[in-house]
Design a binder for this molecule. Structure first.
Ligand SMILES: [Fe+2]
Length: 249
């Protein structure tokens, strides 16, 4: 059951920030609904995470809204559903946290952000599979599709740990189709790495049954730990939906 703190006037006191830090540590995400259009959600995110902004496509604040040329793609700026992923696996250092601010929710009741903590899925893996994910370094590089060459790529293991906390670097689209944002209705031939393709299919099945679904309201705020939570978004049909997104790390 998703419990949603509703805040009228967001509080930046030391006690309040410590409370949200605790919530983030326990649940790996924070979702707040506010009636404060001017809530300084960026400073709030920095204070709660203790991290600074990381640029995305050269900008610190990324506008999540329909782009005509991306409409048919499984992309944040398209209308097609996303597949579960952790963000920016092709960055040398993917963001530790992502935060979204909802300026204008979708009026169609869709465009739902979904999240799943990956630990439950990791428990379904055999010791051998886990070992392989922890020891094999894979190349994450957007060499095809609309995001080809958006970064120089990165080579890293899919799974590592920080203490008990898993760090999962995973993109179902990239693993299955070699493309971060394919058109799901016009998939190009691609031969995925068989072991990872099977893990991706099993992860999709797990995600389908174990995600949280959040339809963000106007002036709501969502922050999550990108290292241990995968995310996705359902399709939607309202072109006026508008979110803002930041990376922190
Ligand atoms: Fe994403």
């Amino acid at each position: 059951m998703l419990t949603v703190p509703i805040i009228n006037s967001p509080d930046f006191s030391v006690e309040s920030i410590a409370k949200y830090q605790q919530l983030l540590e326990q649940k790996h995400f924070i979702y707040l609904e506010t009636d404060a259009p001017n809530f300084n959600w960026i400073d709030f995110s920095k204070l709660v995470t203790g991290d600074e902004l990381i640029p995305q496509y050269g900008k610190e604040i990324f506008q999540v809204q329909w782009e005509p040329e991306l409409m048919e793609f499984s992309d944040a700026r398209g209308k097609k559903p996303l597949l579960p992923h952790t963000e920016a696996t092709d960055y040398q250092n993917p963001p530790k946290y992502l935060a979204l601010w909802c300026q204008k929710p979708s009026g169609c009741g869709n465009g739902i952000t979904t999240l799943a903590y990956v630990e439950g899925f990791l428990k379904t893996l055999t010791a051998e599979e886990k070992k392989k994910l922890m020891e094999t370094r894979y190349e994450f590089s957007a060499t095809r599709g609309v995001h080809s060459n958006r970064t120089k790529g990165a080579t890293h293991t899919i799974l590592s740990f920080s203490g008990d906390k898993p760090i999962f670097r995973f993109s179902c689209n990239y693993i299955k189709y070699g493309d971060y944002s394919p058109n799901p209705d016009n998939l190009k031939p691609f031969t995925p790495e068989p072991f990872l393709a099977e893990i991706a299919d099993r992860f999709l099945e797990y995600y389908d049954q174990n995600h949280l679904a959040i339809l963000m309201k106007q002036h709501s705020f969502l922050l999550w730990d990108n290292r241990c939570m995968a995310h996705s978004r359902t399709t939607y049909s309202d072109p006026t939906r508008k979110l803002e997104r930041i990376f922190l790390g």
